[in-house]
Design a binder for this molecule. Structure first.
Ligand code: R5P
Length: 291
């Protein structure tokens, strides 16, 4: 069956790669942002067949990319009976529950909006927690970039490597990565102050890291705070080199500089978000999920 792939402004190259893999009909989009911040989108191409996939990662400018995703999905629905939203990085995924009284669970709002504009299914990648997707009333699938990240890492010569999750919430991710790599893993105890956002590592000494190369595995890097704290802690435990892999590297402001200053040798991420560290391609994984 012929599939239309709409390349959203935030994921143009990724959409092109997915489209090539599926031999799909690529529809490009052109965005004009007005001085007041409004986006005007024009599609370049024609719809063929009944299935359309919209590819648009929601990274900064978050709300602008989000409204563009809604507009693209809505247009896709006018022209096809089945619409799949491919949102490899979905901002707001961390707002999946009410942490402090009165907080709005924005993932619930997003769930309603994606359905409202006409998406039949959403595909995300290495989402922060699966709880967020439970708020969605449409079909959802969370695919993982781990096999491709592991493949990339196998080309790096490592000394007695150990996989480390910076927090208990990322334990499953680190387990999966370590199993694919056939390595052991540990998970640190991270504590985040919900009011200030500041993080602390609360472990006692961790002797198994001494003299070893470490691979810190996380779903995303935003300000870099979590990775900096974890690296500082691990360096105090006399580890060797620290490599960081994540699926989504937002690297807000000087995050990369802070992470390097803390002693990280290399950051590796996927092209869910384009950038300097985004060297691992995920288009094959997404194409497989669309088929
Ligand atoms: C939180 O638990 C996530 O898995 C990431 O570790 C976190 O969101 C990254 O944010 P930042 O880089 O700002 O610490």
């Amino acid at each position: 069956m012929l599939i239309n792939i709409i390349a959203g402004n935030s994921s143009e190259i990724l959409a092109k790669r997915i489209s090539r893999k599926l031999n799909a009909n690529l529809i490009k989009s052109k965005v004009k942002v007005f001085p007041d911040g409004e986006s005007k989108i024009t599609l370049k191409g024609k719809f063929i067949g009944s299935k359309t996939v919209v590819v648009q990662s929601i990274y900064p400018p978050v709300d602008s990319n989000l409204i563009q995703a809604f507009a693209l999905i809505s247009k896709a629905k006018e022209n096809s009976s089945e619409v799949i939203a491919v949102i490899p990085y979905l901002a707001y995924a961390r707002q999946d529950r009410e942490f402090l009284p009165g907080e709005i669970v924005t993932m619930k709002v997003l769930g309603n909006l994606f359905k409202g504009v006409g998406a039949n299914k959403i595909i995300v990648m290495d989402i922060h927690s699966k709880l967020g997707l439970k708020q969605f009333k449409i079909k959802s699938e969370n695919v993982t970039a781990i096999p491709n990240l592991v493949k990339y890492f196998k080309s790096i010569k490592l000394e007695n490597p150990l996989v480390v999750s910076p927090d208990q919430g990322g334990k499953e991710r680190a387990r999966r990565f370590s199993e694919e790599f056939k390595l052991n893993f540990i998970a640190l105890q991270k504590f985040r102050d919900r009011k200030t956002g500041k993080v602390k590592i609360k472990n006692e000494d961790v002797c198994e890291v001494e003299g070893r190369d470490l691979i810190l595995v996380d779903d995303m890097i935003s300000t870099g705070g979590s990775i900096v704290k974890a690296t500082e802690f691990l360096k105090k435990q006399n580890c060797k080199r620290v490599f960081v892999i994540c699926t989504h590297a937002l690297l807000i402001n000087d995050a990369e500089k802070k992470i390097k200053k803390a002693g990280v040798t290399k950051i590796i991420s996927t092209n869910s978000i384009p950038g300097k560290t985004s060297v691992v391609d995920i288009s094959d994984i997404i194409a497989k999920a669309i088929k």
